[in-house]
Design a protein around this ligand. Structure first.
Ligand SMILES: *[C@@H]1O[C@H](CO)[C@@H](O)[C@H](O)[C@H]1NC(C)=O
Ligand SMILES: *[C@@H]1O[C@H](CO)[C@@H](O)[C@H](O)[C@H]1NC(C)=O
Ligand SMILES: *[C@@H]1O[C@H](CO)[C@@H](O)[C@H](O)[C@H]1NC(C)=O
Ligand SMILES: *[C@@H]1O[C@H](CO)[C@@H](O)[C@H](O)[C@H]1NC(C)=O
Ligand SMILES: *[C@@H]1O[C@H](CO)[C@@H](O)[C@H](O)[C@H]1NC(C)=O
Ligand SMILES: *[C@@H]1O[C@H](CO)[C@@H](O)[C@H](O)[C@H]1NC(C)=O
Ligand SMILES: *[C@@H]1O[C@H](CO)[C@@H](O)[C@H](O)[C@H]1NC(C)=O
Ligand SMILES: *[C@@H]1O[C@H](CO)[C@@H](O)[C@H](O)[C@H]1NC(C)=O
Ligand SMILES: CC(=O)N[C@H]1CO[C@H](CO)[C@@H](O)[C@@H]1O
Ligand SMILES: [Cu+2]
Length: 619
């Protein structure tokens, strides 16, 4: 389903010009894929389940490109669901139209419709991934997106690995995941996965009818180095990954190189990627590779722990006819995992990432234009005149918020926000007709002791704070604005961490801390020398992260928590980045395949929208 063709001579000449000072790069290509989205029945754990997949594969096909390539993906939707595909972490410079967020950057691709995405991969190397931006369905509609250096593997800032292996941590649900959102809307909240997977395989900790499940096996040769491209594609847990008897050297995160960091455990939250070298330097034998999720301890709501297990297996180099392993190590070695409630290991893992010094590395801007402080927490929609009731695995899912606003697009919205913004075909202002937008506040509207343990899970302390509002929360930025943003995880109703993902940009992660952020104390801890750059920052539980980013990619970009339930509950906002002053800082028109707002129905005012920051009473 994949073809590669060389760009035209003119484009080649242009590229050759730009690279004339460096060794001859590989020819830029157009990498073309066709993604047929369809449903299929898969039997795991003795139960047949209807899953939505791309090209019948689980995980989906790998997109494997070289920096400088163009990617063309034809999506053919043969499933009964509306679909979009998001290219997670791809910067999409001047190409917001291809970002793949339904009703934010495009109309969803309806059943029996096609859509073609075109993206240029520029200035990025490493591991990213793609996934459906559809609640629930991304658990099976995803795959690795690998960007190789233009000058070949010998230009890696680390020894050339023998092999490069995507390691995708996923979860396994025994339900049609299109139902997840439907259930959610009906306030059915007991949907849970039944197992976790490595590269689509559950592993031998699970069995049914006496037979254990298949596990992922990585065959290694003694002494060789393997680059593991680790992706967390699960819907709502950070994972720890270990291989018994082995260490990792972390070399990149979110497709940005980091200073090599040696550890025996990888922490990877949904939306994050980690590239790590693993040397097969243990005595020959078999070693379990284990993925274990972490979660906040009680009184937070607890979910079952889904551990997945694969294997690193040494190829025998003797001639005694053994198929695998050394007979003296027949029982595979099991790694000692962190406790499921240990979040400190993750805190340190993330705290130890620093960006590698290279000529291409983006310098941290020192002049900051705007400061924002954003609290992340849960809340409740409380009907008029009634008190807020118990939420989250109680009667209703309630809300998740950023600065006390729970993001929601109106169901009868006629135009994707990007079209509305671009064509002014519906006023995207906070007044007048058209799409009503609500400005995401720069600060929490009501400061409180954000990490007070008494706010968890819910009781009299939380009652005063949990009432929240629904709105299409947006924040506009002038082109080129340097933004400092502190994300504060709160203990309001729960104490989860929050992997916050910004589309279209990487963020410098300046600092993280526990408890409440305190500017007069914490600014001093900012790393302005070599902060890591991430598209997804894990805001620790009962803690904060300070990031900086440059709003230099015009468009309408989603910013959201990558825990699926938090996202469905509204922990999201839209960043609108305005055009710049020069020709090359103006968002180009959409590709021709993009339906324009000309043929859409009129918008209806919706009671969920807010006008001039005041709640519009339901009619
Ligand atoms: C899946 O299996 C069910 C019941 O066995 C069947 O009715 C359905 O057509 C199958 N769906 C697909 C896509 O194969
Ligand atoms: C799919 O998208 C179309 C157009 O946006 C919408 O009218 C329809 O209700 C959606 N279908 C589902 C199942 O969400
Ligand atoms: C969608 O793509 C398929 C496969 O390339 C093609 O057969 C079909 O005609 C296309 N449908 C539309 C509506 O463009
Ligand atoms: C990709 O780059 C080519 C060559 O610079 C340009 O013509 C094209 O418009 C770009 N496409 C996108 C989607 O940015
Ligand atoms: C099957 O799973 C059960 C419960 O998890 C476990 O007690 C049993 O040992 C497993 N059997 C095999 C063959 O792995
Ligand atoms: C790095 O990790 C070590 C332990 O693994 C920890 O002691 C140290 O505090 C971490 N550094 C940061 C900046 O988090
Ligand atoms: C959110 O706003 C509502 C009023 O709209 C207020 O009652 C509640 O205390 C606020 N909660 C927080 C966390 O700011
Ligand atoms: C914030 O930090 C400053 C400097 O360390 C300290 O004086 C102040 O008491 C702190 N504020 C709070 C609310 O903890
Ligand atoms: C193109 C489009 O959707 N236009 C609509 C914008 O909103 C006004 C007011 O709701 C409608 O009248 C237009 O049809
Ligand atoms: Cu979250």
């Amino acid at each position: 389903m994949k073809t590669r063709r060389v760009l035209t001579a003119i484009t080649m000449a242009v590229i050759a010009f730009f690279f004339s000072a460096t060794p001859l790069p590989v020819a830029a290509s157009v990498v073309e894929h066709t993604f047929v989205v369809s449903q299929m029945n898969v039997t795991r754990l003795c139960k047949e389940t209807l899953v939505t997949v791309v090209n019948g594969q689980l995980p989906g096909p790998v997109i494997d490109v070289t920096e400088g390539d163009s990617v063309v993906v034809h999506v053919v939707n043969k499933s009964p669901s509306n679909i979009t595909i998001h290219w997670h972490g791809v910067k999409q410079w001047m190409n917001c139209w291809a970002d793949g967020v339904p009703m934010i950057t495009q109309y969803p691709i309806q059943p029996n419709h096609n859509f073609t995405y075109q993206l240029n991969i520029t200035g990025q190397e490493g591991t990213l991934w793609w996934h459906a931006h559809v609640p629930g369905l991304r658990a099976t509609l995803h795959g690795a997106f690998i960007i190789r250096p233009r000058h070949g593997a010998s230009s890696y800032p680390f020894p050339k690995p023998h092999k490069e292996i995507p390691i995708i941590i996923g979860d396994w649900w025994q339900m049609d995941l299109a139902l997840l959102e439907k259930h959610f809307k009906k306030e059915i909240v007991d949907d849970l996965p039944v197992a976790a997977t490595i590269n689509g395989k559950i592993g031998d900790l699970y069995n049914c009818s006496g037979a254990v499940e298949d596990g992922y096996v990585l065959d290694v040769e003694p002494g060789k180095t393997y680059l593991l491209r680790i992706i967390n594609a699960v819907l709502f847990s950070e994972y720890y990954l270990k291989v018994a008897g082995h260490k990792f050297t972390v070399v990149a995160a979110d497709a940005n190189y980091v200073n090599p960091y040696t550890t025996d455990v990888i922490a990877v939250a949904p939306g994050e990627t980690v590239d790590a070298l693993m040397v097969a330097d243990a005595p020959q034998g078999r070693y379990y590779m284990v993925g274990l999720p972490n979660q906040a301890p009680l009184p937070d709501p607890q979910i079952p722990v889904f551990i997945t297990r694969g294997m690193v297996s040494y190829k025998s180099d003797n001639n005694h006819g053994e198929e695998e392993g050394d007979p003296s190590n027949d029982v595979p070695m099991v790694p000692e995992m962190p406790d499921q409630h240990d979040t400190t290991t993750s805190f340190y893992f993330h705290g130890n990432l620093t960006s590698l010094h290279r000529p291409q590395r983006t310098k941290v801007p020192v002049q900051v234009d705007e400061h924002m402080f954003i609290t992340l927490g849960l809340g409740s929609f409380c009907p008029h005149g009634r008190s807020c009731e118990k939420r989250w695995r109680g009667k209703s899912m309630g809300a998740a918020t950023m600065n006390n606003v729970s993001f929601q697009l109106s169901a009868d919205m006629a135009v994707p926000l990007l079209d509305a913004q671009y064509y002014h075909c519906n006023s995207t202002s906070s007044s007048g007709d058209g799409i009503k937008l609500y400005t995401l506040p720069d600060n929490p509207p009501r400061p409180f002791d954000f990490t007070n343990p008494a706010l968890t899970p819910d009781g009299s302390e939380a009652a005063l704070l949990q009432r929240t509002i629904r709105a299409t929360a947006v924040r506009r930025f002038r082109y080129g604005t340097v933004v400092d943003m502190v994300f504060q995880s709160t203990s309001l109703l729960q104490t989860d961490s929050n992997p916050m993902h910004l589309h279209g940009h990487d963020m410098f992660v300046l600092a993280q801390g526990r408890g409440n952020y305190n500017a007069s104390r914490d600014v001093a801890s900012y790393n302005l020398v070599d902060p890591p750059m991430k598209n997804t920052v894990l805001v620790p539980r009962i803690g904060w992260v300070a990031i900086r980013f440059v709003a230099d990619n015009p468009g309408v970009w989603f910013m959201h928590c990558h825990y699926e339930f938090h996202l469905m509950m509204g922990m999201a906002a839209v960043f609108i980045i305005e055009d710049g002053p020069t020709v090359d800082s103006i968002l180009p028109p959409p590709p021709l395949n993009h339906p324009k707002c000309g043929h859409v129905n009129s918008l209806k005012a919706n009671e969920l929208y807010l006008l001039d920051n005041k709640v519009v009473s339901p009619a």
